[in-house]
Design a protein around this ligand. Sequence first.
Ligand SMILES: [Zn+2]
Length: 131
Amino acid sequence: MKARLRAVERVVKKWRTVLLIDSKWDVAVGAAIDKEDPNTIASIDLDYGSYWNAEITVYPKLIDNTEYFKENLDAAVIHELLHLVMWPLTSFAVNLAGNDSEREVNKLDDQIVKQLEKVFCGRKKKKKVVG
Ligand SMILES: [Zn+2]
């Protein structure tokens, strides 16, 4: 587990450099050991008090399977870091549109992030690995 988290931290560091997310941002890495969610491999929590603090959480689906981990780690990290970059605009849109529209704004945010993720990862389809 610790080795996997260190690997995630190294990949976060690599992509922070590429995405120009400099040292102003404090991006921690953690694991959601007991949160089984078949649809989630990683997430990012942004500190609403400070845009500059965030934590990327990796889920068992990503870190429990070596092959899946190798295949999907870069894309997962890029995806979550792009949510960080998008956050000021998304936050502003939620405030403007109201809480009733938060789900719709977040859906659009994710759509844009997935498109930008392809820019960095190419168009290859993620390999599905069960287990
Ligand atoms: Zn997303």
